[in-house]
Ligand binder design. Structure first.
Ligand code: G1P
Length: 300
């Protein structure tokens, strides 16, 4: 059995400029999918995959993320006094245990690779996951749990979750080349960050979930800038690919790119339509909105 994946790194230092003014005083990771902050959604996914230690690489103005993963005594005592036991249970369930979270800061915005490198002391010498909270996956089992399964099947190495995107969108993402498919996983033989459409080896994009071996930190130590002048995780992985295997998993599920307004709104609609408590009323409202805009979708 390969070494277990016990730790996950959540890079949450980004400024969220695409969501201004919402993100002027609030971290973008606290934007909600229905009533759950994006960061809670991805922490839940990581817990389901067996992660025991949640490492957040934060920046200025992100303190509220740390508060979110702490007990709120005043709130809890008020809820208790009011007999709101369902809400209390929910808060309890969402909270990682004491000592299971760590927070460190990316002091300068030097890129995703640099953010991951900032977690090196907390990760230490073991394989770990990287989870980008912008990318919300609707999958069962969750995307990271599917990746852990492939990691065990392939007896270790590095695993990247991928999905197909429209060719006109490949320039927004990291893109991989694939060979030797086995079911829905394959060997990665190329990687390029934000390629032009004509330079992309495929339309399989890196979709924000990684399982990496700790040797990635030695490469990130060199602090080489790549696409956009930033220290890119994709470039470091490409170098590591010379000496270690990288596998891609075309996971089963749907990704919503919540770094984009349309993706964020779509994530909310998709999640709301599956929530028993609100779906019927929400469908009625959606119908009304669509009718008012000259179209109506059939729910059957
Ligand atoms: C980052 C990665 C990219 C990946 C993307 C997924 O890009 O560098 O390889 O495809 O996340 O969201 P960013 O969104 O930070 O530009």
């Amino acid at each position: 059995m390969p070494k277990p994946i016990r730790k996950a790194v959540f890079p949450v230092a980004g400024l969220g400029t695409r969501f201004l003014p919402a993100t002027k005083a609030m971290p973008k990771e606290m934007l909600t999918v229905v009533d759950r902050p994006l960061i809670q959604v991805v922490v839940d996914e990581a817990r389901e995959a067996g992660i025991e230690h949640f490492i957040f690489v934060t920046g200025r103005n992100k303190a509220v993320i740390e508060d979110h993963f702490d007990k709120q005594y005043e709130l809890e005592s008020t809820l208790r006094k009011r007999g709101k036991s369902a809400e209390l249970d929910l808060l309890e369930l969402d909270l990682p245990g004491a000592g299971e979270t760590s927070f460190t800061r990316q002091q300068e915005p030097l890129g995703l690779g640099h953010a991951v490198w900032c977690a090196r002391q907390l990760v230490g010498n073991e394989p770990f996951a990287v989870v980008l909270p912008d990318m919300v996956m609707k999958a069962s089992p969750g995307c990271l749990a599917q990746m852990v399964q492939v990691y065990e099947t392939r007896n270790g190495g590095n695993i990247i979750a991928v999905e197909e995107t429209r060719w006109e969108h490949v320039h927004r993402y990291g893109v991989v080349g694939a060979k030797d498919w086995q079911d829905n996983h394959f060997t990665i033989n190329q990687m390029v960050e934000k390629p032009k459409r004509e330079d992309a080896p495929s339309n399989l994009i890196i979709s924000g979930r990684y399982i990496l071996q700790p040797e990635i930190f030695e490469i990130l130590d060199r602090k080489e800038a790549g696409a956009g002048g930033e220290i890119q995780i994709t470039d470091a992985m490409k170098r590591l690919m010379d000496v270690q295997p990288f596998h891609g998993l075309k996971y089963e599920g749907t990704t919503y790119d919540c770094g984009d307004k349309v993706g964020f709104l779509a994530a909310n609609v998709a999640h709301a339509l599956e929530r028993e408590d609100i779906a019927p009323a929400f469908r009625d409202e959606l119908d009304k909105i669509l009718q008012a805009h000259g179209g109506k979708i059939s729910w059957t």
